[in-house]
Ligand binder design. Structure first.
Ligand SMILES: Nc1ncnc2c1ncn2[C@@H]1O[C@H](COP(=O)(O)OP(=O)(O)OP(=O)(O)O)[C@@H](O)[C@H]1O
Ligand SMILES: Nc1ncnc2c1ncn2[C@@H]1O[C@H](COP(=O)(O)OP(=O)(O)OP(=O)(O)O)[C@@H](O)[C@H]1O
Lengths: 219, 219
């Protein structure tokens, strides 16, 4: 398990810190705001009120021993940049920083952030790709035209086999069923005789056009 | 193709509107801020300066004829809620609304939003899951413990076959290769003899623990 420090407890920082803690990692959450620090403290390993642009405070917190640092400070861009510089200077091997806008993102890359996240911008592109496929619960863009989509089995699918649905290799839709998640069971690369059941979660792959055509026809 | 109206051109709204337009949909972008409207106008079908809480203006814009409406207004929560109510009242079949916080999200659900998006919160959980797998480019959480991850082939994989890597059914890692994206070619459910090449993009599935164990060992 990892030692992770999360600096800045806005919506992104809180979600990240509490999720990592639930996944079993050691999470130190840092913010200047005492009320926020107290609020999060049951949901992380430790929560500390501190100014993360203060190098000696970061040293005292043992930041140099952390595997991962995340700077999730938003509106105060200079604080975000300075805190990122300090984490790298103190030797944190992997630092993720959240950017407020494109220029902020460029600065963070230049000063050494290993990964820059733009939550609002990335949510916009993700929702755009899920949109034609309104039942899609999640989606990975493999190329600009090809994707992997997760969705709950549509009524049209239920009770039919993969070959009856004309999915899979050579099937007329050009869409494959990569995986079925049923209750707690995972069926990886199900074969053509597999019957789709109600409440199955399916992972499909195909050209975005083909995915859209299939899901539109299935309604 | 869809007729989509995007109301509120912050980072989420701009990313969504411009991505949908690039995907070939008809996009009307609306904001009260003239400068923002002018800035986006080359990148969407039409951009209009308007107050989206004004029902007669929405009627004039022909909102009733749109397939999808997205309310991407952030800080002005009452505007976000009122605009969402109006889109549903005018008969837009599918309305997505962005929420500022949990209470805002609950209100939007209650007043009829078909889908509520929390970009910062969702980015937090997504980054948390990608974190142990730092090379992962994207990730779908199929269940709280099982996921599908997209990544570029690690040097450790390159030149080996799927069976040599002990991936796939019965392999000791408990991780399957669902898909390989190579140049422009997509290999769905590759067989065990497939050799991984440099620059392959692979889609893996497995328990999060197993994915992490594999990727840690591969480094
Ligand atoms: N120097 C600092 N040290 C520690 N915490 C800081 C510092 N500067 C700002 N913060 C904290 O960062 C947190 C997040 O910043 P802010 O709320 O501006 O970001 P945001 O972009 O609105 O966040 P989100 O979009 O994730 O909700 C705030 O709670 C703030 O107190
Ligand atoms: N009644 C309204 N009609 C149209 N546009 C509106 C209305 N009220 C607010 N807006 C616009 O909504 C846009 C987005 O709102 P705001 O910037 O507060 O959200 P945000 O949460 O910071 O956005 P993001 O996180 O996506 O960057 C602003 O450009 C604002 O002008």
């Amino acid at each position: 398990k990892r030692q992770v420090v999360v600096i800045g407890l806005g919506r992104f920082g809180v979600s990240l810190a509490t999720t990592l803690y639930k996944m079993g990692h050691d999470v130190l959450a840092v913010d200047t705001n005492e009320r926020i620090v107290q609020g999060i403290s049951p949901e992380v390993t430790h929560a500390v009120q501190a100014d993360a642009t203060n190098e000696s405070i970061l040293r005292e917190l043992g930041i140099a021993n952390f595997d991962v640092g995340i700077v999730a400070i938003g509106t105060e861009i200079e604080n975000s940049v300075l805190s990122t510089i300090l984490l790298k200077r103190l030797g944190v091997p992997y630092v993720i920083a959240k950017a407020e806008n494109n220029l902020h993102g460029i600065i963070l890359e230049k000063i050494g952030a290993d990964k820059v996240v733009h939550p609002e911008r990335e949510a916009g592109t993700r929702v755009a790709h899920e949109l034609p496929l309104v039942d899609v619960m999640d989606y990975i863009s493999v190329s600009p035209r090809y994707g992997v989509a997760m969705l709950t089995a549509l009524p049209y699918f239920v009770g039919k086999t993969i070959s009856q649905l004309e999915l899979g290799r050579g099937g007329r839709w050009g869409v494959a069923v990569l995986l079925i998640y049923r209750g707690k069971e995972v069926i990886v690369t199900p074969d053509r005789a597999e019957t789709i059941k109600a409440n199955d979660v399916v992972i499909l792959s195909g050209d975005d056009e083909n995915l859209e055509r299939l899901l539109t026809a299935a309604k």
